[in-house]
Design a binder for this molecule. Structure first.
Ligand code: 5GP
Ligand code: MG
Length: 192
């Protein structure tokens, strides 16, 4: 097999840039959470948020619980089907708890919107969203945060389909330590 790096056309954010931004975000989130009396729950949206959640959580020096949820909206292509479903439930009970939903990327907004509704239905007292990337130019669904929740984002992403740092194309590239855009031929071909 050839190196994954050879599939990348452009690197948008390097590992150093990511580390520095995630640490700043964690500092901001920690300051906002520090007044809480009960530990909040960081809910990672699997699978894409796994590296971001791991890095963010390591920089938050407050007691937090961690859980994962899964919402399916993408197949192996690059366009959302617009109606994500919760396909893997939380293990923890979030009733009466403050939740920080941790996402890899907010694109049309339909996944985050659906998950906020879901967490509200489970009794969360507030829902903040921490997304590593945000593509505001692609937004179709405007979502409201719950309670006194806040929106945190690592970087604003241009309108490209990106991979790496947890994000995939056809379940590959998640393990790249940077974020980049694939060479066009790899968006067509499904095996490396
Ligand atoms: P939304 O529901 O906001 O349209 O999309 C959210 C999900 O679509 C993200 O959590 C992510 O899994 C996937 N997604 C959106 N844009 C991209 C992208 O540029 N690259 C990758 N790999 N996934 C994306
Ligand atoms: Mg995602």
């Amino acid at each position: 097999m050839k190196s994954l790096d050879s599939h990348i056309e452009t690197v948008l954010w390097t590992p150093d840039q990511i580390t520095s931004r995630v640490s700043d975000l964690a500092t901001e989130i920690s300051a906002d959470l520090s007044h809480l009396t009960d530990p909040p729950v960081l809910v990672g949206v699997a699978t894409g948020a796994f590296l971001f959640l791991a890095d963010l959580a390591r920089h938050i020096r407050l007691p937090v619980a961690v859980d994962f949820i899964r919402a399916e909206s993408y197949g192996s292509g690059t366009e959302s089907n617009g109606c994500p479903k919760v396909s893997s439930d939380l293990k923890l009970d979030v009733n009466g708890r403050h939740v920080v939903l941790v996402e890899d990327i907010v694109d049309t907004g339909s996944t985050v919107s659906r998950l906020i509704e879901y967490l509200e239905s489970k009794g969360a007292s507030s829902v903040s969203v921490a997304t590593f990337l945000d593509k505001p130019s692609r937004r179709k669904v405007q979502f409201e945060l719950l309670g006194n929740g806040k929106f945190y984002r690592g970087f604003e992403c241009p309108d490209h389909f990106v991979v790496g740092y947890g994000m995939d194309f056809a379940e590959l590239y998640r393990n790249l330590p940077y974020v980049g855009v694939l060479k066009p031929e790899h968006y067509k071909c499904q095996s490396p």
